[in-house]
Ligand binder design. Structure first.
Ligand code: GL1
Ligand code: MG
Length: 216
């Protein structure tokens, strides 16, 4: 029996994964590195600085910038990304999310956010669902990023359940690996790329119910 839900944000609650891609692609272009959607899969779930490092390594430019320059590049990407978020509204919740969260609340099932994004609180507010979550793990307090299970273990702790009592939702392979390594039941939210190791794959949260998942 499961007792709580742990959600990734980008690509699970809302389609902000596309804005991250746009902002990273623009920045990469500017420094002469061409990235595509296939490469972008490797960035999903990965923190801002780690994403930048992966892009630089991909373009053989790992040593081309100082730490200060890298920080400025990451900041530039974020400024662009935050601009792209300005028009987000509750209509941008992915199909079934609002209903699923309402249902969880009605049944007193705690929900947490486990996202590497430092913009998570801002996005949840824009979407009008900040009150649906009992906890948001602060990614700045983590020692390791996804696929390490740390963020998922911390999310379960924050809602007072064990990882074995949690169902985790992810659209990225690194996240799914983290959920499984934490010992949770893993729901993969399919976004066009193959996902491995999920206990269940759905296209949208409309495909499953709170009651059904609590039985897992
Ligand atoms: C960071 C990265 C994004 C993405 C998210 C996780 O978000 O920059 O590309 O990988 O983590 O979904 P942020 O910059 O908002 O902290
Ligand atoms: Mg994601």
């Amino acid at each position: 029996m499961k007792k709580g839900f742990v959600f990734d944000l980008d690509g699970v609650i809302t389609d902000t994964a596309k804005f991250h891609y746009l902002a990273w692609k623009d920045l990469a272009d500017e420094i002469g590195i061409e990235i595509d959607l296939k490469f972008n899969e490797q960035l999903k779930g990965i923190s801002r600085m780690d994403s930048l490092e992966r892009i630089l390594a991909y373009g053989n430019k790992s040593d081309a910038f100082t730490t200060e320059q890298k920080e400025a590049l990451a900041e530039k990407k974020n400024t662009h990304y935050v601009e792209l978020l300005q028009d987000l509204t509750p209509d941008d919740l992915l199909p079934g999310v609002q209903e699923f969260l309402n249902d969880a609340k009605a049944q007193n099932v705690p929900c947490a956010i486990a996202s590497a994004s430092k913009n998570a609180p801002f996005i949840l507010e824009k979407l009008g669902v900040q009150d649906a979550f009992d906890a948001i793990v602060d990614p700045a307090t983590l020692t390791k990023g996804k696929p390490d299970p740390e963020i998922f273990v911390r999310a379960a702790e924050a809602i007072n359940i064990t990882p074995a009592e949690a169902v985790g939702f992810e659209d990225a392979q690194a996240g799914l690996d983290g959920i499984k390594a934490a010992g949770m039941y893993a729901v993969g939210v399919y976004s066009g790329e193959e996902l491995h190791g999920a206990d269940l794959i759905v296209h949208h949260l409309t495909d499953i119910s709170v009651a059904e998942l609590l039985q897992k």
